[in-house]
Design a protein. Sequence first.
Lengths: 498, 498
Amino acid sequence: MNQSKYQQFKKQMAKVADLSNASAVLAWDQETYMPKKGGDFRAQQMATLQTMAHEVFVSEQTGQLIQEALKEDLTELERINLLLAQKDYVKKKKYPAAFVEEMANATASGFNFWHEARTKNDFSLFSPLLEKIVKLKREEAKILGYEAHPYDALMDEYESGLTVAKIDEIFDDVKKDLFPFLKQVLAKSKPRVDFIHRHFDKKKQWDFSEKMVRKMGYDFEGGRADFAPHPFCTTFGPGDVRITIRASENYYNEMFFAAIHEAGHGLYEQGLPMKEHYGLPMGSALSMAFHESQSRLWENNIFRSKAFWMGSFPMLQKDFPESLGDVSTEEFYKGVNLVEPSFIRVEADELTYHAHIYIRYLIEKSLIEGSIEVKDVPKIWNEKYEEYLGIRPANDAEGCLQDVHWSFGGIGYFPTYSLGSFYAAQLMAVMKKSIPTLEEEIHSGNFEKALKWLRENIHVHGRKFNSEEILTMVSGSGLKFSYFMDYARKKYGEIYGI
Amino acid sequence: MNQSKYQQFKKQMAKVADLSNASAVLAWDQETYMPKKGGDFRAQQMATLQTMAHEVFVSEQTGQLIQEALKEDLTELERINLLLAQKDYVKKKKYPAAFVEEMANATASGFNFWHEARTKNDFSLFSPLLEKIVKLKREEAKILGYEAHPYDALMDEYESGLTVAKIDEIFDDVKKDLFPFLKQVLAKSKPRVDFIHRHFDKKKQWDFSEKMVRKMGYDFEGGRADFAPHPFCTTFGPGDVRITIRASENYYNEMFFAAIHEAGHGLYEQGLPMKEHYGLPMGSALSMAFHESQSRLWENNIFRSKAFWMGSFPMLQKDFPESLGDVSTEEFYKGVNLVEPSFIRVEADELTYHAHIYIRYLIEKSLIEGSIEVKDVPKIWNEKYEEYLGIRPANDAEGCLQDVHWSFGGIGYFPTYSLGSFYAAQLMAVMKKSIPTLEEEIHSGNFEKALKWLRENIHVHGRKFNSEEILTMVSGSGLKFSYFMDYARKKYGEIYGI
């Protein structure tokens, strides 16, 4: 039987996806069920799969199939798959095999080095590796090419077309509008939060979280949730999108909001047309930044909203009569939205969060342009925390060693977290317009319309459009920071009486 | 840095192992945690990994590395690794790529077809696929080549050098000695077994099983146990050898003996010098048949022994006072060793078990030589059960559809199960001689010496010797069925007063 070139191209891409997805299964297992001694060979196994996925993708065969398939009679989506794959191909082709291997080797045991350094609170255990990684990332920027700044080339991996110029422009607004507003908020008296730190049974926490994750529309027949040291979302193929969760028995926020966040990522993955476009651009998320908009929209704009807690707090209160019996809905809502400078990014509130990101951005950019050295990171980190948040980490474990990203070479990634929040605010604003009853829906714990809107306006498109295009399609303009600022002013202005 | 050819060969073999081990992780996940809808793409993903492992192994590069490395200055073990890898290479090289793909495609969804047919108790849902698989296996026999019988070529996969002639010779003894003895046993009155089917809490069953698995020496830091529909043992690399378990709350034998059995496999894997010889013959089990000897030795010769239950039944009785309070140690020992014809192989006792295997062997051999057709299997199956066990399956679910093996092309595999028991009896006999206190050790639940003996005499050798060689080394001769017969007569003669 003669397959069309497009069919052969699809098969080749499926092979790449099979290898990448297998690597994702191994990574998931490493975080959830792998026995202690399994770690010795696991990093190598994942590196082999990733290297082979890369090799198959950048093979001459792939390039030829793309070129030949482009001459065939194609549907619109087939053409989009080919053109985007071609773009990826040209980019990935730039990497010399030796570089790929060196990077794979450097990052293979990155997690272990970072983890040990953090556990022992000793930056010197991680810095030699970080130096190597920074050196390689600078080399990568050269390999990929850039116009204005080497960091542009790295950010492009996580949000196509993102540049230092654009980020600086956005953070100019953040510094001009958000940080002064944050100061106002912090000058007000803190809401009551004692109850957040009372005792919450782990299983009961998950029961409530699971109920909400189901209500969001996350499909447990095509996914599952497992306990892991860190919450994340991972995809092994259509019909298998998993999340991980963790719980603290005396910090309510830890499980619930992270579970919603990861389920938000999961809904995006479950909503992609992945079955028809397995391993293809149309079956993939449009960017890491946009992915983050999905998780944050659910986590912050919906599940940290007053409407949601007005409707659902009584249910939670019933689950935890001893810990929440004396708490009013209003108090709870304000408590889970406490704004307060803190050291750990993943526990930060919606406002101070962007200071955390800005600090990482400044440090990464400086490392890549070579204006600072790895050995200076702890000092600069602490100074910046003092400057932007008015607090100074007591040690590197709660300072520059807190995040895993650098250990796997994820430099250029952090800025997408802020973009995710800003995109989310913009999306939420237009979604509210298009679903006039949205507040009531959220109040009654009904998320069908919200999910439908996201599915139809975002998920279904895969990588067909970029972030600017999709924002313009739904809201009439590309990213505008004012959406986030309006949201922040309204919500926190009310909570803090500003 | 210039790597020796041997080092490059090792790296190539590690790549093959990484792909195979990744496929094993995906298979394990499929049986344990994969959500329902994950099945759609999982079979394809595993097929991709297996096909790539095969491709890398049979590449010209591997062949050249072996040849060139053999000219280097080598240690004895390095030479053994190369020579055995060369043997495998020559064999695997025989498969045309088209055949490998066709087999992979045929078996990829084999499990689903088989599972549906068994669930619906409808052989016709499975027979078209089985016909295809039998056709492919006959082709495989031709590809591999054989002297006397095509089935020889297939059995060789699971026990090197095994032939129809050898199996016939062994089963002549089985028919001459074991089956008549079985008749004698069945003529006696049945021991009491009512208590085996009382209520046993799942968690408590595992608590006791786990305690014993730990006592055997299975390392939970390099392994774990998870619930799955079928018990199995799987290896992902040194330091990660897992078992799966299942439990019936009203059939005590189901979990305990299967857990011990799988842990027996696990101990073999954990005892192989896999870390030094990752992906190499010296780090691999010598054969499937020998693997089975390890699981059966633990399950039957040790954990179904009188010595073990005399020592440990009181502990079990304490865990289940309501179900076992009125049972004596002697009764329990006899109960778990009940000999009785039954339909399901995996639940069969130590004696009737070999009739189950003989029937499968006769059917497989006939299918491969073409003297029977797939459509005749149910009829012949039932007739043979009547002939050898005096019982007739009421349907194919408890007849010819009960085993998964054919669905993945595992034809030629069943005979190794009987060999495993016979090897185990021979090993146990010599182990007893070399550890004079073995009975007392087992009685007191101390298995250190037994494990040490197995480690030193068997596990450490990887694939250095074949089964005949290793049996000769430890017992002075190759397989002798009389060891099993002596064991059976002594044990069951005593239980049944013969």
